[in-house]
Design a protein around this ligand. Sequence first.
Ligand code: DUC
Ligand code: ZN
Ligand code: ZN
Length: 461
Amino acid sequence: MQFDTIIRGGTVVTAADTFRADIGISNGRISALGDDLGAADEIIDATGLLVMPGGIDSHVHLDQAGAPGIVMADGFESGTRSAAIGGNTMVLPFCLQQKGQSLREALAAYQAKADGKCYTDIAHHLIITDPTPQVLGQELPALIAEGYTSVKIFMTYDDMKLADREILEVLDVARQHGALVMVHAEGYDAIRFLTERLERDGKTAPFFHGPSRPIPVEREATHRAISFAEIVDTEAMIVHVSNRAAMEEIRRAQQRGQKIYGETCPQYLVLTEKDMDRAGMEGAKYVCSPPPRDSDSQAACWEGLQQGVFEVFSSDHCPYRYEDEAGKLAPKGKQSFRYVPNGIPGIATRMPILFSEGVVKGRIDLNRFVALTSTNHAKRYGLYPQKGTIAVGSDADLVLWDAGREVTITHSLLQDGCDYTPYEGLAVTGWPVRTMLRGETVMTDGQIAPVKGGREMLRAR
Ligand code: DUC
Ligand code: ZN
Ligand code: ZN
């Protein structure tokens, strides 16, 4: 048998096993695992490297509309390029429904932005901000049937928050039609109350973003979301969990037998509220929601990853340029933290940070690393086993990883559309040296191949 490609001499790591094998690839799929596979058009030497399923980042924002005058720093081309630099082969960005807009319209417009411009495969979650009877009764069920099987809802933000009754209704439609609801769990009224009080006291610098949404704000909303899922008798994913109290709410729900899943992100492992306490507007570089917290919160997020309370580790890449009036230095942001665009970049740094801080420092093993960065995303979002593993028949979406390479993170390595990284100067051990999408190399040693056009994947859950 003649393969298109053989990856020879590497150590294969899946969520379950670590073993020595060569990988044969034909027509974009893995067609053999073994020794002495024979001939191929291309032989890739992976001696000394780990060969893992390409990263799947199931929580990213690309080219998403925000407040007037604010522009996200990455579209599909730069966002997926940076994803490939960081060892990812698939990302799941959010298609935002504006109030008054139909979901179909929102999706068609969003798909047009992605068309042909991706270095990775993609699939879309739907953000529902306007759950009208038409959306809930017709559009959403039809879209779920077509493979749009995950939706995100917000419990805060003026233009996005759903009322409790609306949350219950979205959960119920998801239950009936087989979709997963992802919840942004921070309580709107408490944030408004605290924000207005801080502003009255003249506490308007970026640092006060943290105090405007402290841990109880997240804990209360997490508890409410979990209770609603219980009332409806359905599952839910609590995204971007930042602290112990919220993690414990999820753990308790799991112990009761509820299907509540958890996600955390790099910012909750290596940043704290102190990062927002910098001179001038510099703290704006770290403003994201929920905000980074303190060292006990970091420890709790590690516990959640180690013990399986969190099943996915995502970037929540939500990039705004710093030196830019359409970004973090938006004029109104100088009046109050509440107008600073909310989100930080991290699509390329997600896997290196978890590898270095997790695997190299002995907090998690290699197989859990693969589960948290790839396999569990594929399973939860209906992509497995086409994506998320190394097995005969799966797509040849792979990352070759140099476990000993020492890199100091600096923005110029990342090839995104932003102008900074919140992880500037962080020293990591372990770095992706080749990313392959459906058998084709899209990145080698930081060099990106011409865009081939990743595909949009539909999903069955
Ligand atoms: N929620 C996200 O998921 N990302 C950025 C900002 C936010 O509120
Ligand atoms: Zn969110
Ligand atoms: Zn997000």
